[in-house]
Design a protein. Structure first.
Length: 131
């Protein structure tokens, strides 16, 4: 898979994620794909189980992709995932095999206020909160 095709497949995946189109969202995965959530210690095996785990999530979800970077078989997406209007900043690392995602690892971080000690050194960036 060339880089343009991979980027297009990723954009289609994230657009489908935002639209709650669970069929299109999971076309990108191998049948035997692994999805890891290191912060919760969860590993989900298989495209059908990954799809079912997301389908069963009861919250209203929205995805806002901030950037997609990568090449070859390794791609990283930085995005904001909002559950019921509460943003979580996330990174997805996807490893491709034979044109499909074989392994994905997702990391999440909650928003926080800047430390007062450096407040005079920073400017506020777009928080990209969506509902």
């Amino acid at each position: 898979m060339d880089d343009r095709t991979a980027r297009s497949a990723l954009q289609r995946h994230w657009d489908a994620s935002d639209a709650n189109d669970f069929d299109v969202e999971h076309e990108i995965y191998h049948e035997d794909a692994l999805l890891d959530y290191p912060q919760s210690g969860q590993r989900i095996r298989g495209r059908r189980n990954i799809q079912q785990s997301r389908f069963l999530q009861p919250n209203k979800k929205r995805f806002l992709v901030r950037r997609i970077i990568g090449a070859g078989d390794l791609w990283i997406t930085e995005f904001v995932l909002s559950y019921d209007g509460q943003p979580s900043y996330a990174v997805s690392i996807m490893e491709f095999r034979d044109g499909l995602v074989n392994r994905e690892t997702q990391y999440f971080a909650e928003p926080f206020d800047p430390a007062p000690s450096r407040a005079h050194l920073v400017q506020r960036a777009d928080g990209a909160i969506i509902d």
